[in-house]
Ligand binder design. Structure first.
Ligand code: ACO
Length: 568
């Protein structure tokens, strides 16, 4: 959570390697003021406003001496020429550039009609979305969870139909057919395969989100555009919408600087657009000659974060950068709070790209972590979900061929009476699925207690062990359950209490302790509870340890000398 929260207090980004340039200053001022104008107009008349913006862009372009952007026209950057100038940045940085700057630019914020006016609290939105698990993302997650919990039930009727036995369990795979000699009813392989294929969990959370957004794209409700300042009305409106989102989501970044880069014709912006409104985007500068791109800004509107847009956006960016710009790498200075997001997008803090290729090209930022992402030459970035789904399906099918661990059997009717003693007894071998999992009666539970294979002898032995405990002079604190009236917070701390009286009830039921280990586990828990609740200097702590040691030595000596006879 800290990691996420830090973005509100993110370091000011300031560029150290920029050379002031009067011409850019003029362009920037012009663009900025025109954009202000455009914003005011946009509420009333988007088309007139975008014309104003286009005019602003044209002014900026004229100053820039940069040709209008076609992707292929970006070429031959030189180190001297590659940097985007930032003449007035120093003065902007000196202002602090933080969220407090909002007062200088209130009109900007008020005119954002995108609902993104939460005071830059994307962190809160992010955290709330994660913690509260509400909203569409939560619904999506819940659905995914439900999917992932989808299990295959092999009902009694199935096994009966298929020639099953009285145990009422079915099974699949090699273990089932060998059946540990149980002759349990099995579901024929073809049927089972059908059941399992139908229940196959088609996608994980990542794929589900991606596929959902992909469907939205295919239905025309969502689009991803890669644009730069080309003077086209719609494009200018979107660029300004994106600039607003950056200004809001990156509160420590000077707004003038954001305008500068978003409108700079050497930069491109990949945007998510829904119902003609910008949801978020990434502004980057492709250095075609160096075959890498520098991501300057990346943000999604506060109320649309953690819904997968950021990932889909990055995938579109990678695909475009590789296929259109011919890039092989991305570099970015990630804000500390966004490092987690970039890592999930395949960025690393280690920079493997040859320093000669990027040093001197990218802008230096204070308070950010330089990260790199290698763009895969082949991956279908915009269709990764299909690839992941197919791989997942293939692996799942293979696992199901080799194992039946995905089968969930009917539960056991285990209604309890006093002291947790079950109402109905159930034989070990009747537990659905146990034999299918390879269990045989000579295994766990009986093996360590050879010679006492029947319940009566086991009960007799446990009763004797319990007497050893009860008769000891240190037993007094353990005789009864702890009284909550006397120790009010006991059950807040000890969630699984145990005492000698409860154990006695369990023994006397002659049903509960079907193995010696079950009894020993209760004894251990009773002592562990005493040591958890009480501090080591208390009498309770000390006698718990003393009584436990006494008990262990009795169990040990009796198991060694042939169980069944307690030596007092
Ligand atoms: C170069 C720069 O611009 S650095 C600044 C980056 N921008 C910001 O910090 C602005 C505020 N944040 C945002 O705008 C957005 O949260 C973004 C752009 C960081 C991420 O976009 P989202 O649409 O929220 O991402 P998306 O929903 O695709 O999440 C992808 C994964 O990253 C995780 N993630 C998203 N944001 C963060 C974060 N800030 N820190 C850690 N993990 C994150 C998500 O939980 C998700 O994980 P999962 O796949 O395990 O479930």
């Amino acid at each position: 959570m800290d990691g996420h929260s830090s973005h509100l207090a993110a370091q000011n980004r300031s560029r150290g390697s920029q050379t002031p340039s009067p011409s850019h200053s003029a362009a920037s001022a012009s663009a900025t003021s025109s954009i202000h104008l455009k914003r005011k107009l946009s509420a009333a008349n988007a088309s007139a406003a975008s014309a104003a913006a286009a005019a602003a862009a044209a002014a900026a372009a004229a100053d820039d001496h940069a040709p209008p952007f076609p992707p292929s026209s970006i070429s031959a950057d030189t180190r001297d020429g590659a940097l985007t100038s930032n003449d007035d940045l120093e003065s902007i940085s000196a202002r602090g550039g933080g969220a407090g700057d909002d007062s200088d630019d209130d009109s900007d914020d008020e005119e954002e009609d995108d609902g993104d006016n939460d005071g830059g609290s994307s962190l809160r939105t992010f955290t709330a979305a994660r913690l509260e698990n509400v909203g569409p993302a939560a619904a999506r997650n819940r659905k995914i969870k439900a999917e992932s919990n989808a299990t295959v039930k092999v009902e009694k009727e199935d096994s009966a139909k298929d020639g099953g036995n009285g145990a009422g369990v079915g099974a699949l795979g090699p273990a089932a057919t060998s059946g540990a000699g149980s002759g349990s009813g099995t579901v024929p392989k073809e049927d089972a395969v059908k059941i399992f294929t139908e229940n196959l969990q088609a996608s994980g959370a990542y794929s589900a989100r991606e596929e959902n957004l992909k469907r939205e794209e295919e239905a025309g409700r969502l689009k991803f555009e890669c644009l730069s300042n080309d003077g086209v009305d719609d494009h200018m409106v979107w660029l300004i919408g994106l600039k607003n989102i950056f200004a809001r989501q990156l509160p420590n970044m000077p707004k003038e600087y954001i305008v500068r880069l978003v409108m700079d014709r050497n930069h491109k912006s990949v945007m998510v657009i829904r119902r003609n409104l910008v949801v978020g985007g990434i502004t980057y500068r492709p250095y075609a000659s160096q075959k890498f791109g520098e991501i300057a800004f990346c943000a999604i509107k506060a109320d649309e974060q953690v819904k997968g847009y950021g990932t889909r956006l990055m995938n579109h960016l990678k695909q475009h950068a590789r296929d259109v710009d011919g890039l092989t790498h991305f570099l970015t200075y990630a804000d500390n709070n966004a490092v987690g997001y970039f890592i999930k997008q395949g960025f690393t803090k280690e920079i493997y790209l040859d320093k000669d290729r990027w040093h001197g090209y990218i802008k230096d930022y204070d308070g950010g972590i330089l990260m790199e992402c290698k763009i895969d030459p082949k991956l279908p970035y915009t269709d990764l979900s299909t690839m992941v789904r197919r791989q997942r399906q293939a692996i799942d099918e293979k696992i199901r061929e080799l194992s039946n661990c995905h089968i969930v059997y009917q539960g056991i009717d285990f209604q309890k009476r006093d002291a947790g003693v079950p109402q109905n007894t159930i034989k070990m071998e009747d537990i659905p699925g146990l034999r299918e999992a390879g269990w045989t009666p000579d295994q766990w539970g009986y093996s360590r207690f050879r010679g006492l294979s029947d319940q009566k002898r086991l009960t007799f032995f446990i009763r004797q062990l319990l007497k050893v405990l009860n008769d000891h002079s240190d037993a007094w604190p353990f005789k009864e359950p702890v009284d909550a009236r006397e120790v009010p917070d006991y059950y807040d701390i000890i969630k699984d209490p145990m005492d000698l009286k409860t154990m006695t009830k369990r023994v006397e039921s002659e049903q509960y302790y079907v193995t010696l280990e079950m009894f020993i586990a209760d004894v251990k828990r009773m002592f562990a509870n005493a040591r958890t609740y009480n501090s080591p200097d208390t009498i309770y702590f000390k006698i718990a340890t003393r009584l436990e040691a006494h008990f262990q030595s009795k169990v040990q000596s009796n198991l060694q000398s042939g169980a069944g006879k307690i030596q007092q």
